[in-house]
Every structure is written in C-alpha cells, then in structure tokens.
Design a protein around this ligand. Structure first.
Ligand code: FAD
Ligand code: NAD
Length: 498
C-alpha cells in the first residue's frame, strides 16, 4: 500500500447532489484548504438553474458533469475517483478501491442509497437508480411488448405515465396510485389522466437535462460494476425515449391491493401448468387466459398471474451504508440509514452524513419530515458543510431554515405538483380536517387543517397558491374564522393575507 497522503482536512464521500453540495460549501468556507471529494462514480452531479421559488420551495436542474468541471469551479476541491472500501473511524482514515488511504479531520458520508428490489439477482427484475440502470431499462424496453411495474412511489408514478408502445401492468399494494405522495382523492384526479391518452402538449414539453457528451464518454469507459452511480433526479426520463415495440401510446392496467407472490421463469411456468391472464383491454380485471408465451411470469397475492418481458421493481431505497460499517459502531435508523443529529453528526466523532444515506434523528419541526429527495440531499449537504465548518471554528450554528417546513415541487403526469408540510396528514391521527377544491383535468387542491391551523397542502396544477400556503403553514395563524373561504376560487387568497 502506498504511503498515506498528508492529513486531509475535510473529506466528503459521494459525488451525488449531497456530496457535491457539501464539498462546494466547504470549499467556500475554507478557500485556503484542500477539500477531497471521493466518489465511486465517474461523473458528479451539479445543481444548475437554482431558483428559490419561495421561502422554502426551491427548483433546480441537475447535470451530470465530469469531475474536472467541479475542480475548475473550485480549485481547492480535489476529486478522487475511487470507491471507499473501508472506514477506520478510530484512526480517522478511509481506504479506497485503488489502494490509497486518506486521513480526515472531518468526514461527511454522502454515499446515497440503492434500490430495494423485490428480488435480488433475478435478471428479469430491474431497478432504476442511476444513468446506467436507466439506460439498461430503456434498452430492455425497446424489445418489450409487456412489462410489470411493482411499487407505488415516485418512480412507479413516472414510469406508468411515461412508458409508451408497451402494455404495462402496474401492481400496487394500496387501493390508489401514488401512496407516497397522494391520498385517494388526488390519486383519482391523476388516474383519469393516466387512463386517457396523453395530450400532445405533454409530448412537446419534454426537456433534456442529462447528459453532457463528455460525461457520457467517461461513463462508458470508467464505470465500475460494483458501485451504483448517483441517483437520477427531476426529469431523468426527459432525454430517454421510453418506448416498447408497439405502436400505441399508452396501455396500462392497474392491479390494486396486491404484492408479488412469486416470479417464474418460462420453463418453470410451463411445468406448473398454471394459467396466466391476458392483458385487460378495458382497464377492468382480465378473465381471459393468455395464449402467448412470455419470458417471465408473475404471480400476485390476489391470485392473478401475468406473463411479461420483465419487471421494474420501484419499491424504494436502502441507504448505502455497507462499505462503512465494518469495525465502526454507527447508530443506524429503522430504515437502515446513518442516524444524524441536528448538526448532521453521526454517532461517531468527526463523521457527518447527508442525503439519502442518513436518517434525520433530531426532533423535527411539526411540519417537516425526511423524504429521500433531491431537494433534501442538497439542503442536507449544504447544511452539513456549515456544521462541519462551525465545529471546526468553534462557533455554534442554528438549524437551517429549510428544515422548518417540508416543501417539494415536482411533476407527475405532466401536472405541477407541490407538497407542503404534513401534506398527507402524516402523524396527525384522526384529529384533522381536509378541505378540497378540484376542477377535473385542471387542478386539485387539498389543505390539511388541525385546530384551525394549516398543517399541510397538496397543490396539483397551476394553482399559484404555494407561496401563500407556505406562509400560512409557517406562521400557524388561526384560520378558523375563514372557513371554506380559504379555497373559494372567487376570493383572491393572496390579497386576503397580504
Ligand atoms: C429515478 C429516480 C428519480 C428521482 N426523481 C426525483 C425527483 O424528481 N425529485 C427529487 O427530489 N428526487 C428524486 N429522486 C431522488 C433523488 O435523486 C435522491 O434523493 C438524491 O439524488 C440523493 O442524493 P445523494 O447525493 O444523497 O445520493 P446519490 O445521488 O445516490 O449519490 C451517492 C454518491 O455516492 C457514490 N458512492 C456510493 N458508494 C460509494 C463508496 N463506497 N465510495 C465512494 N462513493 C460512493 C455514488 O457513486 C454517488 O456518486 C429520484 C431518484 C431516482 C432513482
Ligand atoms: N418526482 C419525485 O419526487 C420522485 C420521482 C421518482 C423518485 N423519487 C425518489 O426516488 C426514490 C426511489 O423511488 P421509489 O419510487 O423506488 O421509492 P418510493 O419510496 O417513492 O416508493 C416505494 C414504493 O414501493 C412500495 N413498496 C415497498 N415495498 C414493496 C413491495 N415489497 N411490494 C410492493 N410494493 C412495495 C411502497 O409502498 C411505495 O409505494 C425515493 O426516495 C423517491 O422519493 C422522487
């Protein structure tokens, strides 16, 4: 093994949005010190076109860039392109795959998460996380006539709407689609768009954010099979044609309240002499036996069996903690992430964590919750760097304002979607009220009220209400006297509360 480099000051692991933001912020705070960013991926993620939409809501694009672009922007950042295979927290050092050792003064672990697949090691079960896995999915899709999507969160929602020219069976555990983001009412509003043909406007709206040519070349020559790259983010499918072999645009059947019971390869299925179902033509459950043969068959817990070309397991993520655990007694959260306190510190000295790898364990604001999202990865990365700086300089630092209110803006089924606070009444029990306003095909607004105060909101469509509602949730004003007027379309609510 080569001799250790001179003691690094700050080391950040992970070239995703959390790690890159953390390294950038450290580089700003300590312009005279070297910051090491150690990452297994050949490209890094950069936030571009950052826009603070309101106090807490933010929007940005994300680009995959060669690491040299980050080094050019911040000459005191040095990117080491190698996976970390071991951490020795007692010695304050990490060891990389290329046989080097780096000593840290303070370390921030931002190694992200991995897809939690329903079945590991089955070549017919794909997960989507990074550019490579998205491209593999696209390649398989070009040869597919029918796929099954399992899961009911962000990725499943996006795929269900984006995939064209291929029959899609969407198997969900819940009664309604999109359970991580929506209640049944919002789901119904969206389902009507899903089950109708896509509008031309949608097709024209696609933008390509990924991938710069140079970055693409690097991916193909340097990617290492054992490591996942950085997670994709907003509009990840914008530059990929997600099209199967058929000519129709959209054909989807949703199987609710079920899970995958068993997956059979074609040969196994033939021996079993079970019957699979044909694709239902009218969105209702199929009763017709399928006469075609498929590479893989999926038996659901509701008894239905469908043949398909492959499955996508869009069933959440597991924090990528494994490389750092051996010999280090980290406290882990229930979801397997590194527990971090209000200063983004893990349970081990001088080790911080941010983004998908961590589990936020501070007492949260009543209207904030952790979700493994792009925005939170950026906010945590930035705040972790500030905490590392504060600890180094001996100055205390207050919790960042972005953790006061959960705020997420995204797009589903070509609708703008804004989620604020306890948007699904999370943790409020039965003691809450909902107010709704819905114009089919145009907007869906849901407000969660608790003791006359606004605790959360779901805004689908161009409602222009996000800023006002953000303020009302943050200031916890008693709104009891306004009653239903809060959502009265004839009242200009912005003026009302100005
Ligand atoms: C398909 C998809 C769509 C998404 N869409 C959205 C969206 O629309 N909006 C949204 O807010 N969020 C979205 N997300 C979630 C969002 O992308 C993640 O929450 C966010 O990117 C997490 O960032 P991160 O930096 O914590 O982790 P990652 O982006 O996963 O980065 C982890 C980094 O660590 C590196 N690494 C891993 N192990 C090691 C190791 N041992 N040594 C060195 N380096 C290592 C990886 O190579 C990578 O560079 C989406 C996720 C996916 C998969
Ligand atoms: N627009 C967006 O904001 C967006 C889009 C895509 C992905 N993301 C993020 O990317 C990450 C990965 O996305 P995801 O959709 O895989 O995760 P997710 O956490 O959003 O959803 C996981 C879904 O899988 C279901 N599930 C879990 N285990 C299952 C099982 N064994 N069988 C059937 N269903 C099961 C859950 O009920 C849930 O509906 C998440 O952090 C997500 O928030 C965000």
């Amino acid at each position: 093994m080569e001799a250790a480099r001179p003691a690094g000051t700050f080391v950040v692991v992970g070239g995703g949005i959390a790690g890159v933001t953390c390294a950038e912020q450290l580089a700003i705070n300590f312009p005279a010190e070297d910051i090491l960013l150690v990452t297994a991926s050949p490209v890094i993620k950069a936030v571009t076109n950052f826009k603070q939409v309101s106090k807490v809501l933010e929007e940005f694009d994300v680009e995959e860039q060669p690491s040299t672009m980050l080094e050019n922007r911040f000459p005191n950042i040095k990117v080491i392109e190698s996976g970390v295979k071991q951490l020795k927290s007692d010695k304050h050092c990490i060891f990389t795959e290329d046989g080097r050792e780096y000593v840290y003064k303070k370390l921030c672990l931002c190694a992200g998460a991995k897809p939690k697949l329903i079945c590991e090691g089955n070549p017919y079960v794909l997960g989507i996380r990074d550019t490579d896995s998205a491209q593999e999915f696209q390649k398989q899709l070009t040869k597919a006539r029918r796929i099954m999507i399992v899961g009911n969160g962000g990725i499943a929602l996006e795929l269900a709407y984006e995939v064209e020219g291929c029959e899609v069976i969407w198997a969900i555990k819940d009664k309604a689609i999109g359970n991580t983001f929506f209640d049944a009412g919002a789901a119904e509003f969206l389902t009507s768009r899903l089950l109708s043909e896509k509008s031309e406007a949608k097709l024209a709206h696609k933008r390509t954010i990924y991938t710069v040519e140079e970055a693409k070349k690097e991916t193909s020559t340097k990617s290492k099979a054992d490591y996942v790259g950085s997670a994709l983010g907003p509009d990840w499918h914008g530059g990929l044609a997600l099209k199967g072999t058929e000519e129709f645009s959209h054909s989807i059947h949703i199987e609710t309240k079920c899970e995958v019971k068993k997956i059979y390869l074609q040969e196994e299925f033939k021996i079993m002499k079970k019957k699979s179902l044909a694709f239902p033509k009218d969105h209702h459950k199929s009763v017709t036996v399928d006469k075609e043969m498929w590479p893989v068959y999926v038996e659901l817990t509701n008894g239905s069996i469908y043949g398909c070309d492959f499955l996508v397991s869009a069933t959440g993520v597991t924090p990528n903690v494994q490389p750092f655990l051996h010999g280090n007694d980290f406290d882990l959260g229930e979801d397997g992430g590194l527990r971090v306190d209000e200063q983004m510190r893990t349970s081990l000295p001088d080790i911080y964590a941010a983004g998908d790898i961590c589990t936020a364990c501070w007492p949260p604001s009543p209207v904030w919750q952790q979700m493994r999202l792009w925005t939170q990865a950026r906010q945590m990365g930035c705040y972790a760097a500030k905490c590392m700086a504060a600890a180094t300089m001996g100055h205390p630092i207050d919790m960042d304002f972005s953790f006061e209110l959960f705020a997420h803006v995204t797009k589903f089924f070509n609708y703008k979607v804004v989620l604020l606070g306890k948007y699904n009444a999370q943790g409020l029990g039965v003691d809450h009220e909902l107010m709704l306003r819905c114009t089919r095909g145009q907007e869906y607004i849901k407000v969660v009220m608790h003791n006359g105060r606004m605790m959360g909101a779901v805004l689908i469509g161009e409602t222009d209400l996000e800023e006002t509602f953000e303020n009302l949730i943050l200031n916890q004003m008693d709104l009891s006297s306004y009653g239903e007027d809060l959502l009265n379309p004839d009242i200009d609510i912005e003026d009302y509360f100005d």
